[in-house]
Design a protein around this ligand. Structure first.
Ligand code: NAP
Length: 242
């Protein structure tokens, strides 16, 4: 561990975000973890602090632009800077388009796309003022291929990929930009599926999965590279996944 960073993680109450928060805190960084389920965040904080790590938790709804701005601004006010923002919060209520679960389409757009944009809007001015920072987007293999029942989810992840790549091309080189695209990872993600056909298909698709720490290790690697090295894209999937 060479230098300790202030790292914000959205969607840190379970799955990948929780693993990212735990790993980065164990590596000596200060983590600020946000999500809606405050009981789960409090549990996470207890575990991290018991192990000697440093963490703040805060209720966060990424669909609310003002809430995301307050999340980032509070961290800057407390610590003087923010070094890394991991835009990880996401939902995946898969269904065929003809099921017309339009409210669930909206939720994916609100969390997976608008939530990411809110994170960028909140942190970018601070990164520019500081002369540095690192955005990490948790996209998906769904940012690279479309599957039946995944039209809207994959569209949201294609958008996350495009927004993050556009950001990389536009920003000053002092700001690093990474897209991490997981394959099937053990988490609560598939629990948001309400459509019975999609839920059944997912059980088979998700049978071979890797632990969320596999994604946390990739994120740790991208953060740990020197400031002049920008790890732009990583796809991490189970070896058995095609
Ligand atoms: N697991 C996989 O196989 C897989 C594969 C590819 C990509 N991903 C991506 O990885 C990311 C993390 O998912 P996961 O697999 O770890 O699933 P998960 O266990 O369901 O975690 C999702 C996280 O997002 C948070 N979240 C949802 N809506 C939110 C909102 N409005 N505001 C703030 N936080 C919100 C949840 O917290 P609260 O409910 O407490 O708010 C939770 O902490 C997602 O972007 C997902 O698309 C996962």
């Amino acid at each position: 561990m060479t230098d300790s960073k202030i790292i914000l993680v959205t969607g840190a109450s379970s799955g990948i975000g929780e693993a990212v928060a735990a790993r980065l805190a164990a590596e000596g960084h200060h983590v600020v973890a946000g999500a809606r389920r405050e009981d789960r965040l409090a549990d996470l904080a207890r575990r991290i602090e018991q192990d000697g790590g440093s963490i703040d938790v805060r209720r966060l709804d990424v669909t609310d632009r003002a809430d995301v701005a307050a999340f980032v601004d509070a961290a800057v006010a407390e610590h003087g800077r923010v070094d890394v923002v991991v835009n990880n919060a996401g939902v995946m209520p898969l269904s065929r388009l003809d099921a017309l679960l339009v409210d669930e389409w909206d939720r994916m757009i609100d969390v997976n796309i608008r939530g990411l944009l809110h994170g960028i809007a909140a942190a970018l001015p601070h990164f520019q003022r500081q002369g540095g920072g690192h955005f990490i987007t948790v996209a998906s293999v769904g940012a690279h291929e479309v599957v039946p029942t995944g039209a809207v989810y994959c569209a949201s992840k294609f958008a996350a990929w495009a927004i993050t790549e556009g950001l990389r091309l536009e920003v000053d080189p002092s700001i690093r930009v990474t897209t991490v695209s997981p394959g099937v990872v053990e988490s609560e993600l598939a629990e948001s599926i309400t459509d019975p056909t999609a839920a059944g298909a997912m059980q088979e698709y998700r049978a071979d999965s890797i632990p969320p720490d596999a994604i946390a290790r990739a994120i740790s690697y991208a953060i740990g590279e020197p400031a002049d090295v920008d790890v732009n894209e990583l796809i991490i999937r189970p070896a058995r996944q095609r």
